[in-house]
Design a protein around this ligand. Structure first.
Ligand code: GLU
Length: 303
């Protein structure tokens, strides 16, 4: 497959695009990023890396981190995780609270904020030094000790993440949070503030395309665990646009309000895009368009 040529074509079309969406500004630090950035990187099943555009520049991965936190919680707690969080798409924006009340504090799925806050609570209970150990886990999978949290972004969200405080207190009121709200959200905000480039993201998410094993072939997840996490990415990975992403692109994946998207075809490839302008549903506008072109040009999707 001529991946390099395809990525170059997509990247050059994206760079000419006038309609680029809106950069997120509800986390003040994110609004400082230029909407002119675009990068796309792909790692194939043999570990060959293809890339075009701004693929080495790090950005805030935000909600993409929820998949990584879930994978660590799943490793530590196994199926017990599903007693605390459900596996159904919400059809609601990422920070919606109404379903939490209707469903007694059990979040719809681990990839919306409420669910990710419960996963953070699990990690805070399970790990002695949650922030340090989570970062070590991500660095080990990527085999890249340079991956780090962006303190400015974490602090910026800590000052303004009122809806996440509301969600956490609501969950706590239903008895589904073991630790203090402050402690859980401190971990959650740092987790979301992980900085990575497209080429680092494909290396980390390679485990979900490679039957649970990283590029160095070390196992992190069982096949059954990878199957479940990929299913959640397909059905819940794109806020209330998961149906649209499956329809247009046809791959499991996850987006974040920093403008990143990572998607994969099991046993074939893992691909990441970055363009900070978001569409009205909060997904990267050019990223979604790029991935639609990619699966259409290559004919490679899970369908
Ligand atoms: N840290 C962000 C929040 O909780 C993540 C949002 C996202 O990327 O979907 O609002």
């Amino acid at each position: 497959m001529p991946y390099q040529k395809i990525l170059d074509t997509i990247s050059s079309e994206a760079s000419k695009s006038k309609e680029r969406g809106e950069v997120a500004n509800y986390i003040p630090e994110l609004s400082k990023i230029s909407d002119q950035k675009f990068g796309i990187a792909l790692l194939d099943e043999q570990g060959h890396l293809f890339e075009s555009g701004d693929t080495h520049e790090q950005f805030s991965i935000q909600s993409i981190s929820k998949v990584l936190a879930l994978s660590l919680a799943f490793r530590l707690l196994g199926d017990e995780v599903w007693k605390r969080v459900d596996v159904e798409p919400s059809g609601d924006p990422f920070n919606h609270l109404s379903l939490l009340e209707q469903e007694n504090g059990i979040p719809r799925n681990p990839l919306i904020n409420a669910g990710a806050i419960v996963v953070s609570d699990i990690l805070v209970s399970q790990l002695q030094h949650p922030k340090k150990e989570f970062l070590q886990y991500v660095r080990k999978i990527a085999n890249d000790p340079s991956i780090a949290y962006d303190e400015q972004v974490a602090k910026s969200e800590k000052r303004t993440g009122f809806k996440n405080y509301a969600a956490a207190y609501l969950i706590k009121s239903y008895g589904n949070l073991e630790n203090d709200v402050e402690e859980v959200l401190d971990f959650y905000f740092y987790q979301c503030a992980l900085s990575m480039s497209c080429q680092q993201l494909v290396k980390v998410f390679y485990i979900f395309a490679n039957r649970g094993k990283c590029l160095q072939n070390n196992p992190y997840l069982s096949l059954a665990q990878v199957k479940r996490i990929n299913a959640l990415m397909l059905t819940c990975g794109f806020y209330d646009e998961a149906g649209e992403f499956a329809f247009e692109v046809g791959l499991p994946g996850k987006s974040g309000v920093g403008g990143g998207i990572v998607a994969l075809l099991p046993e074939k490839f893992c691909v990441a895009t970055w363009s900070p302008g978001l569409n009205t549903k909060g997904n990267s506008k050019l990223g979604m368009e790029a991935l639609e072109k990619f699966t259409t040009k290559t004919g490679l999707s899970i369908f």
